[in-house]
Unconditional design. Structure first.
Length: 243
């Protein structure tokens, strides 16, 4: 279990970066030698992936995502914003026995920070950088994969632009922090690319069963592969055809 509410205090598991002082923004360490690069070497023996997310990922059953001996733990909470995700990372790293066996960390966040942000999203760049910084120090050597925000119903005049701008922030921070940006935004647009595909959503921002199936197919791909490009673009239409 990933919950730490009823777990007594204990020393951080060996192999985690908990207790270390994270560097300042923009001072992340270089990419470790065991991180898979495009055309490079494969991961080591660690086989656990942890997913930190929001209500969009809360209903995903982690054990259905991993194959080839990989274990997936879903640590998602409805309403979680960037600050809450960072706290979830801390709690997991401190108290979950699996914290020393993390091969990959998948981050899916942002909707709760930007959907009502009428003044734009530029102020979120530093919190995003700090979150990825925290993940890299809590799970040294883990591959960090950041999922793009999905499109949602244009509820306010600023909604659409916020999502586009925030995805650009995620892509930029991933580039600067040696992390991986998974761009699946187009998979959830309507056929004319003008609006979100309402056939894949049960409300303005949550996926329905079909949409969740497409999203899980994307997660399975990045969780179970061994090499990555800096920006992972999913093929528009490919996952739709399999749904």
């Amino acid at each position: 279990s990933s919950s730490s509410a009823n777990v007594g205090k204990q020393s951080p598991p060996p192999g985690t970066g908990v207790g270390k002082q994270p560097p300042g923004v923009g001072e992340l360490p270089p990419l470790p030698d065991d991180i898979p690069r495009k055309g490079g070497r494969k991961c080591g023996r660690k086989r656990t992936t942890v997913l930190f997310g929001t209500s969009i990922t809360e209903s995903i059953v982690g054990k259905r995502l991993g194959n080839k001996g990989r274990t997936v733990i879903n640590v998602s909470e409805s309403g979680a914003d960037i600050k809450m995700i960072e706290e979830m990372v801390d709690d997991f790293a401190l108290y979950d026995p699996a914290a020393s066996d993390i091969e990959k960390v998948v981050l899916c966040f942002g909707t709760n920070d930007i959907k009502h942000s009428s003044k734009g999203v530029a102020h979120l760049k530093t919190p995003v950088f700090n979150l990825i910084n925290k993940v890299k120090y809590c799970f040294p050597g883990a591959v960090v994969l950041v999922i793009s925000n999905l499109p949602m119903k244009n509820m306010y005049w600023y909604t659409c632009q916020n999502f586009i701008n925030f995805n650009e922030i995620l892509k930029d921070v991933c580039h600067k922090s040696n992390s991986y940006f998974v761009d699946c935004f187009r998979n959830f647009l309507s056929d004319d690319m003008y609006d979100y595909n309402h056939y894949l959503f049960r409300d303005p921002w949550h996926l329905n069963r079909r949409g969740l199936g497409i999203f899980c197919s994307i997660l399975k791909t990045v969780i179970n592969c061994d090499t990555f490009s800096a920006i992972i673009r999913t093929e528009y239409g490919y996952f739709n055809q399999r749904s």
